[in-house]
Design a protein around this ligand. Structure first.
Ligand SMILES: NC(=O)c1ccc[n+]([C@@H]2O[C@H](COP(=O)([O-])OP(=O)(O)OC[C@H]3O[C@@H](n4cnc5c(N)ncnc54)[C@H](OP(=O)(O)O)[C@@H]3O)[C@@H](O)[C@H]2O)c1
Length: 273
């Protein structure tokens, strides 16, 4: 782990993604409980986060952000305007702001806060189990040390990938952001189909989830091309060949291509609102 020092982390918004990040930070011992503060308007959320993780909470965003090394904006995009207005001009120059709000441009955040050290991240929900994929970018004012801080935070709940051009974040939204939704639908379809041919639901779930998990691990660990791995399981006139023919006939690749392109268009449109 890098030698960066993070004194205090403030979460503005203590919802599902903030909770996943808090779990990662504590689990990987990036910071201790006393170094985390989360701000949320809902008393039930604050009580939950205090009880479950022993972190500090407040309903006052300015109080949370005060003296924080990193201020993480973890509210919904539609709540961002109000949050930026409330914190405008109140951050000290060295503080690092990290936003996870989908579609909210880095310039909107920097101008809204009148603050130039901003990192924008597109994470995804597997962060909740420490297996997230975060794509991120930063303003020019974010120096090498702050980039390391951002990396160590993002690595506490999964993998991270830095991109220089913010345009890649809209594409990432359609791939790693929405991706879990697409993959869950495919897995659900496989489970339902397994039940259709006679497996119990419990057995179908176990078979499908472990097959998906093992296939991803195999692709990652062997580093072999996916087509090569697919060919290796496709014997002449065999069962896999029969099933693959039906998937290709049903235009699986074209449907996936259209789904990702549609999500990308939607992500760009939402970013313009
Ligand atoms: N979930 C995902 O898959 C995912 C993936 C990538 C990025 N993101 C982004 O992550 C962000 C958070 O998503 P989430 O799923 O964690 O949402 P969430 O569970 O709704 O969390 C947002 C929290 O912020 C609180 N809040 C609302 N207004 C506030 C204010 N003015 N000041 C402080 N806190 C306020 C909300 O309280 P109330 O409930 O009272 O409104 C809620 O507890 C979103 O911008 C989303 O685009 C999410």
């Amino acid at each position: 782990m890098s030698g960066v020092v993070i004194e205090r982390v403030a979460f503005i918004g203590g919802g599902a993604m903030a909770e996943a990040m808090i779990r990662g930070l504590l689990g990987k011992e990036i910071v201790g409980r006393a170094q985390i503060i989360a701000s949320d308007p809902l008393v039930e959320r604050r009580t939950w986060l205090e009880g479950q993780y022993g972190v500090n909470t407040t309903s006052d965003n300015t109080e949370a952000a005060r003296d924080a090394t990193v201020v993480i904006l973890a509210v919904k995009p539609q709540q961002m305007g109000e949050v930026l207005t409330g914190l405008r001009g109140r951050l000290a120059a060295p503080q690092l702001v990290l936003s996870i709000a989908a579609g909210v441009k880095i310039r909107t955040i920097a101008e809204g806060l009148e603050h130039d050290r901003v990192v924008r991240v597109m994470p995804n929900t597997p962060a909740q189990v420490g297996a997230g994929m975060s794509v991120w970018t930063a303003t020019d004012a974010v120096g090498a040390m702050e980039r390391e801080i951002a990396q160590s935070i993002l690595r506490s709940f999964g993998r991270e990938l830095y991109v220089q051009d913010e345009a890649y974040l809209d594409m990432a939204t359609a791939v790693n952001g929405s991706g879990p939704g697409f993959i869950f639908l495919f897995l659900e379809a496989m489970i339902d189909a397994a039940v259709h041919i006679g497996l119990s639901r419990g057995m179908a779930e176990e078979l499908v989830l472990q097959t998906a998990f093992g296939s991803v691990l195999m692709a990652r660990e062997t580093g072999r091309h996916l087509a090569e791995l697919r060919n290796a399981v496709t014997s002449p006139a065999g069962t896999t060949a029969e099933g693959l023919y039906v998937l290709e006939e049903g235009r699986l690749r074209a449907v996936v291509d259209r789904a990702i392109a549609a999500a990308y268009e939607r992500s760009k449109a939402l970013g313009k609102l």
